[in-house]
Design a protein around this ligand. Structure first.
Ligand SMILES: Cc1ncc(COP(=O)(O)O)c(C=O)c1O
Length: 641
């Protein structure tokens, strides 16, 4: 079996073939705002999204399709909150309201809130700014938004102040190609998805998704009696042909449900596979959606985690995009930007680019769908938390502005690029390519690794799930937690026949990412009975260090041994100048005394391994590229220390 081609070095080629037409620029936003005058939006103000979009900017575009034939009865019969409707009268000058059950802001026990945020590209050299929101800043004329408003009840679509920023940002990045698009805030995509299913699917229905997908989506749908049909994927994400085939050959009898009309997809940095659909792939899938009149839920928390191309270990980094324009051009166009019919609900989230605890995101869809969503929100989430909205408003609107937000997103892109490169370099260095393969993710935070379980010694006697479980626990014993691929299968009956593990490079310190991958490599070698040759191979290190302790001449450490790179049982290649241990007993005390290896395995601590490596470097001054199992007998190997 040829080793996999693990690295793709080419940059995403197809973003340049499509330019978002008439894309708004940061400068134009300022002009538009100046023309539309100061935003005055008091307590529970309804947002005028049409004004945020610029009254004339989209009139030349077609209207979105209507989706009455796809909406569930639940969605169609939601009339909204009559009490919230009354809020629109609040803006009448001189009105004394004895209407709404709104507590007085006098009793909000928060007079002021302050927080410190980073400043990027500061002209003055300042690295942080302290932002402060007061209770009555609007009355004092010091801000368009204050705590008295933010902490009061609001509209389901969120505050007009923050929503304006989000509408403009959406236009800046995607410029939807139909006229009546709109945005509504959410309390994150998990909630948006829950509400969207209720809008488009009823008990007994099926929806479609990638064959590996975000489990929360499946777990949300299942209790509603909604099942998920798997569409096959390759390294570029969902396959349009497979989507078409599933729909063309849909057998209502066999499936016990109607042909699906809702497609859920994570096109960029997909969870769990890390795959990113190319522009061509998106166009093909959109065409299939048009053919079968599907409605698309585009779940894009990782959109701005599109990274610089991976160029391989030790290759020079590719410099970041030089301008905002270049940055936006480097992003694969979204479904929203291709959506001439208004058949996409795009879900954006601050979770991966600001913080998950903000619990703020937004959807973009046709006015009809946003209105349905908004009336549902009025009676469920009400709106995102006022504290979160205020914090985001202060950062985005008052501190960073649109340009500053793009700078932040670019900063995040470069941070993730560095992390992704570390895990890829570690995979190259430590994983046994005979049994594991991977691709360089172009976006997101996940590294998806295929394990060729067909080469496992127990392949003929155990199932995929059994071997996967064993490997999962073996990884744990080695001190690395990786997610099982099978946890991400939406349709447990659709057997992919393949085994994967998911790693994330999002959070662990870089040295620990390397160490975790090294341990995974060690765990695989052990499980597959491989005599490893890669750097960091535990058996190699152990063998070498025992020899050192035995006080033999160190020059032998640099002698390469033959390379048994296969699944066949390890072969001992005796070296004439190195004394051979006669038995397990003879080497065991030395091993334990010198390395404390068994303890390291039990506690999951990596410290001993690090020491091993440094001892090796000190002794040999070079990495070993071949290992004879000197000093390690087969019993030791089988014991898996
Ligand atoms: C694909 C996908 N969608 C949505 C979410 C959750 O988003 P939110 O925090 O906005 O609810 C996640 C989080 O891991 C995710 O991977």
């Amino acid at each position: 079996m040829a080793p996999p081609s693990a690295i793709e070095v080419l940059p995403e080629p197809d973003t340049s073939t499509f330019t978002i037409p008439d894309r708004l620029t940061v400068r134009h936003i300022a002009k538009r705002r100046a023309a539309s005058g100061k935003l005055i939006a008091g307590v529970a103000a309804a947002a005028d999204v049409g004004a945020f979009k610029g009254r004339t900017h989209h009139v030349h575009k077609p209207l979105a399709k209507r989706w009455d034939h796809r909406l569930t009865d639940e969605a169609k019969t939601r009339g909204g909150s009559s009490l919230k409707e009354a809020a629109k009268f609040l803006k009448q000058p001189g009105l004394i309201s004895l209407g709404g059950g709104l507590p007085s802001s006098e009793y909000f026990p928060v007079e002021e809130m302050s927080f410190k945020v980073p400043i990027l590209n500061s002209a003055t050299g300042e690295r942080h700014a302290v932002l402060t929101a007061g209770k009555h800043d609007m009355a004092h004329g010091t801000s368009d938004y204050d705590l008295a408003t933010a902490l009061q009840y609001g509209q389901g679509h969120g505050s007009a102040q923050l929503l304006r920023f989000l509408v403009e940002h959406t236009e800046l990045v995607h410029n939807p190609p139909y006229s009546d698009w709109s945005c509504t805030m959410t309390v994150g995509s998990t909630s948006a998805f829950d509400m969207a299913i209720r809008m488009f699917a009823k008990p007994g229905d099926w929806i479609l998704s990638e064959e590996y997908t975000f489990p929360a989506m499946v777990e949300t749908a299942a209790p509603m009696g909604v099942r998920v049909a798997a569409v096959r994927m390759d390294e570029g994400g969902m396959l349009a042909d497979s989507l078409d085939e599933v729909l063309r050959t849909w057998d209502e009898q066999a499936r016990g449900g109607k042909k699906p009309v809702l497609l859920y997809t994570v096109p960029t940095g997909q969870n769990p596979t890390g795959s990113t659909q190319s522009l061509q792939r998106r166009k093909e899938i959109y065409a299939v959606a048009q053919k079968h009149d599907l409605y698309i839920l585009e779940d894009e928390p990782y959109y701005f985690l599109q990274m610089q191309p991976y160029t391989g270990p030790n290759a020079p980094d590719i410099p970041p995009p030089a301008s905002h324009e270049e940055f936006l051009l480097s992003l694969v166009p979204s479904y929203l930007s291709l959506d001439v019919d208004g058949r996409v609900m795009r879900m954006d989230s601050f979770s991966k680019v600001i913080a998950p605890g903000t619990r703020v995101g937004w959807i973009t869809a046709s006015e009809q769908i946003c209105k349905r969503y908004g009336v549902h929100a009025d009676l469920s989430t009400q709106s995102p938390s006022g504290f979160s909205q205020m914090m985001l408003f202060k950062i985005l609107e008052e501190q960073w502005g649109h340009g500053g937000f793009l700078d932040w997103l670019l900063h995040i892109r470069m941070e993730y690029t560095a992390r992704r490169n570390v895990i890829l370099d570690a995979c190259e260095q430590f994983l046994p390519k005979e049994v594991v393969s991977w691709k360089a993710p172009k976006a997101g935070m996940f590294q998806w690794m295929r394990v060729e379980w067909e080469k496992h010694p127990d392949y003929s006697s155990k199932t995929l799930l059994e071997i996967e479980d064993e490997l999962f626990h073996a990884n744990m014993r080695h001190g690395t937690l990786l997610m099982k691929g099978s946890w991400f299968c939406p349709d447990k009956e659709a057997d992919t026949g393949k085994m994967f593990f998911r790693a994330t490079y999002a959070a662990a310190p870089l040295d620990q990412i390397r160490e975790a991958v090294r341990r995974f490599g060690e765990s695989l070698r052990e499980a597959f009975g491989l005599v490893g040759l890669a750097d960091g191979d535990s058996k190699a290190l152990r063998a070498v260090i025992i020899i050192v302790e035995d006080n033999t001449c160190t020059k032998h450490l640099l002698h390469p041994f033959p390379t048994p790179h296969s699944c066949t049982p390890p072969i001992h290649h005796g070296h004439p100048e190195i004394p051979q241990p006669s038995s397990r007993q003879s080497t065991q005390p030395n091993r334990q005394r010198l390395l404390g290896l068994d303890r390291a395995r039990d506690t999951g601590s990596g410290q001993n391994h690090t020491r091993e490596e440094s001892e090796l470097d000190a002794v040999g001054g070079a990495r070993l590229h071949a290992v004879g199992a000197q000093g390690v007998d087969e019993a030791d190997a089988a014991a898996g220390y």
